[in-house]
Design a protein around this ligand. Structure first.
Ligand code: PGA
Length: 245
């Protein structure tokens, strides 16, 4: 049985004061949820979030990290630095990072390996553009991202994958539950071809893209969907309705 995992990706929202307010609102509402809950605030709020989530089921994740431990990488933050403050998850290869910061599958792979080495759970994102979906190239795109981003991983079942069609992110346009499930199935098949069916049966796959209280239940009822990566709807009290679907 795969344990459901629902993560909130705050993106570049919430300064430290706003983060504390949001944590104060959400921790009592989701702090003893039955699913695995993850909050991914901006770097500057991580340490405070870890402190405020102590003694709850909420895990704290970063939205990115560098794969090197330290060195001349101005502006970057390493996995070791995140680990030192108690961060236990990290979102990797989000489509916004791929699009605006040229993040490649190779970099995602190095980061995923590093996160696992540090005992952190990587949430590795994949997903196609609208043009790719309309031209029938969605499957190739997703399969390619998984093959390159998740290669040579010893403990693949510790990875969480988030399938997020780019056309559904922040647009209010959710993939239908069938489309979402089908694409999560492509991810699972690809993992099976790389690591065997047993590993594929264990790995958790989230859907992301305009998930909200109104659609979470039907998405979670699909066989290949084990959770959600939530952007906009994770910034308000009603995120509790997504978590406690
Ligand atoms: P959204 O973002 O829920 O605002 O569509 C999802 C994401 O980018 O992870």
């Amino acid at each position: 049985m795969r344990k459901a995992i629902i993560a909130g990706n705050w993106k570049m929202n919430m300064d430290i004061n706003e983060s504390v307010d949001l944590m104060n609102t959400l921790v009592p509402l989701v702090g003893n949820a039955s699913v695995e809950v993850v909050f991914c605030p901006p770097y500057l709020s991580l340490q405070k979030a870890v402190e405020m989530a102590k003694d709850t089921v909420i895990g704290i994740g970063a939205q990115n990290m560098h794969y090197e431990k330290s060195g001349a990488f101005t502006g970057e933050v390493s996995g070791e630095m995140l680990q030192a403050i108690g961060v236990s998850y990290v979102v990797l290869g989000h489509s916004e990072r791929r699009e605006y910061f040229n993040e490649s599958d190779e970099a995602v792979n190095k980061k995923a390996l590093k996160a696992l080495e540090l005992g952190m759970t990587p949430i590795v994102c994949c997903g196609e553009t609208l043009a790719e979906r309309e031209s029938g190239a969605a499957k190739d795109k997703v399969v390619g991202q998984i093959k390159a981003g998740l290669k040579d991983i010893a403990d693949i079942e510790k990875v969480v994958v988030a399938y997020e069609p780019i056309w559904a992110i922040g647009t209010g346009k959710t993939a239908s539950k069938e489309e979402a499930d089908q694409a999560c199935g492509w991810v699972r098949e690809t993992i099976a071809s790389m690591y065997g069916q047993a590993a594929a049966d264990k790995i958790r796959i989230q859907y992301g893209g305009s998930v909200k209280p109104e659609n979470i239940k039907e998405l979670m009822a699909m066989p290949n969907i084990d959770g959600a990566l939530v952007g906009g709807a994770s910034l308000k009290a009603s995120f509790a309705q997504v978590v406690n679907f």
